[in-house]
Design a protein. Structure first.
Length: 573
């Protein structure tokens, strides 16, 4: 946890002056919280002896205003720092996650990722707003109180007081610290797990209803929530123990100071007003130390949350980023040279050699597990090959700066992600400065323009979260339009027409085929009948290129492709 705290403190460095000011305001506020009751107690004794009450009231009112001002400034400065740093932490975490996707997040659950970026970031807020200043106050105010007792009351009274707040600071929060730290880390992990289970349930609500699995899913949510609740109860028990210890030591401080002050009063070393002020100071002087009872749980929760964030941010991306400006890619020629990839200890691609000319329309087919998706991942550089090289326009993709590669290669996946907003918003993710006429052109080329024109609000139609207001085929065509809007050198479609009916599919494929010549089009297909019009069909089998050629050539060869085609015809028969 020390490393985690160090990293959080390092983020504070640009705001260190403001943080010191916040701490000083806290110490001043808490110090006056001791001085005012002590002054009031001593003043009452003096008023009872005949001193004017107006002077006492004036001093108490003035000090109360000053104390409130310090509290206001502490809260304002502490939260100003916290909210700036939380915004920075959330943004930095997202920026660190982006290079991990998708291959580097294969083992992550979306609900847990959301819990980290949202919930865990929010749990860090007490570290800056409610932890550092109270820690400074807990350490300094008891020392200042003891110094005040020594100067204005009696040194023996100060000696009697000082050990107790120091014991509260040194022992009560830290006796169970290791246990609290482990429980806090477990609580944050279980909170993420509960969030992931709930997210799965929300995203799969339709399937859950169809399968009549609501009781099963509800039981999973209840179990995850119960595990989280059990750990939280353990933390509450630890907190109660700290509160009890703090209260007992605080009461002991009052008893020790009272007995010592009475003894010194009997010796004539101090007066009645000083005695009353000393007892009042002893009662409130331990309050800053006892405040750690609330600070420590927040601190441990903040450190546990930050640890989860840093663990995610520290993951090494599956591919190393490329520095430098590089050159834009002008050709869509794609080459795989002796490419091999091992996943889970097994060869997924083995010695793949493939040359795709600029402007070609090429289909990649093969049985399930043949390596088609891995081929796409390599082209997009979501992972690097273990052997060989992948080149675009004669440049190894491992040396192409990300912005050039993403501009040159566009992917239309089988299940495209759409975002809450309008059709225009989703299209402009690809080209933020695109004019409406460019959006319409892309929609027409994806065979979706007619449908959008029929909508009352046209491009301003809201698509709903994940495109929930659209059919699967409409989402796919919108994704194709979005990819075309980027005008990439290489357009990759990974089963991108799977949810279209036959007529719509042929319309879209004809539009995609029309893009060839102006750009390279690579269609990865599981339905073999969708690619018969391709210039060349590449057949993968067990991670190798089994054969390649036009549809009629491959049928005549009687190889793997011919076997796939016969099975396709048997299904239709």
């Amino acid at each position: 946890m020390t490393g985690t705290a160090g990293r959080l403190l390092a983020m504070l460095r640009p705001h260190s002056a403001l943080m010191v000011a916040s701490m000083a305001c806290r110490v001043a506020n808490q110090g006056l919280g001791v001085a005012i009751p002590a002054l009031a107690a001593a003043g009452v004794v003096r008023v009872a002896a005949g001193a004017p009450v107006g002077t006492l009231v004036a001093w108490l009112a003035l000090l109360a205003v000053v104390k409130g001002s310090f509290r206001y400034l502490e809260q304002l400065s502490g939260h100003a720092i916290a909210f700036r740093l939380l915004a920075q932490l959330r943004t930095d975490t997202y920026r660190r996650i982006v290079p991990l996707a998708p291959a580097g997040l294969d083992d992550a659950r979306s609900g847990d990722l959301v819990a980290r970026v949202v919930g865990d970031v929010d749990r860090v807020e007490p570290f800056y707003a409610h932890t550092l200043a109270p820690l400074a106050s807990a350490a300094l105010v008891p020392l200042l109180t003891a110094a005040g007792l020594a100067v204005w009351v009696d040194r023996l009274v100060a000696v009697a007081f000082l050990p107790f707040p120091l014991l509260i600071v040194a022992l009560v929060p830290w006796v169970a610290r290791r246990r609290v730290a482990s429980l806090s880390a477990e609580a944050r992990a279980l909170a993420g797990e509960a969030g992931a289970v709930f997210t799965d349930a929300v995203q799969g609500a339709e399937e859950i209803a169809v399968l009549r699995a609501r009781p099963v899913v509800a039981a999973r949510i209840a179990a995850a929530t119960a595990r989280h609740g059990a750990v939280r109860r353990e933390l509450a028990r630890a907190a109660a123990g700290r509160v009890l210890g703090g209260e007992l030591l605080s009461a002991a401080a009052v008893v020790a100071v009272t007995l010592t002050a009475i003894d010194r009063f009997g010796d004539g070393a101090l007066g009645l007003a000083a005695l009353a002020g000393a007892v009042a100071a002893a009662w409130v002087g331990t309050a800053p130390a006892r405040a750690l009872e609330d600070v420590v749980p927040d601190l441990e929760q903040a450190l546990a949350a930050a640890g989860r964030l840093f663990a995610l941010a520290d993951r090494a991306p599956p591919v190393a980023p490329v520095a430098g400006e590089g050159r834009p890619l002008e050709s869509g020629r794609v080459e795989f040279r002796g490419v091999g990839v091992d996943l889970a200890g097994e060869p997924t691609l083995a010695g793949v050699d493939l040359d795709i000319a600029d402007g070609a329309y090429v289909a990649v087919v093969g049985p399930s597990g043949a390596g088609k998706s891995t081929l796409v991942e390599l082209l997009l550089r979501w992972r690097d090959p273990d052997r060989g090289a992948v080149e675009i326009d004669g440049a190894d993709v491992s040396g192409i700066p990300d912005h050039h590669l993403r501009s040159a290669v566009a992917l239309v996946p089988q299940r495209p992600d759409l975002f809450h907003g309008t059709l225009a918003d989703n299209l402009r993710l690809a080209a933020p400065a695109a004019a409406d006429r460019e959006l319409w052109d892309a929609l027409d080329r994806a065979a979706l323009g007619g449908w959008v024109r029929s909508l009352p609000r046209g491009l301003d139609t809201h698509v709903g979260e994940l495109g929930g207001t659209m059919s699967g085929g409409q989402r796919q065509r919108l994704s194709i339009a979005r990819a075309l809007l980027r005008d990439p050198r290489v357009l990759v479609l990974d089963e991108a027409t799977s949810e279209l009916d036959a007529a719509a599919e042929q319309e879209v494929l004809a539009a995609v085929a029309g893009e060839a010549g102006g750009r390279t089009v690579i269609v990865v297909a599981h339905r073999i009948d969708t690619v018969v019009g391709a210039d060349r069909i590449v057949v993968l089998d067990r991670g190798r290129v089994a054969e390649a050629g036009a549809h009629h050539e491959l049928l005549a060869a009687g190889g793997v492709y011919a076997g796939l085609w016969r099975r396709h015809e048997d299904v239709l028969a």
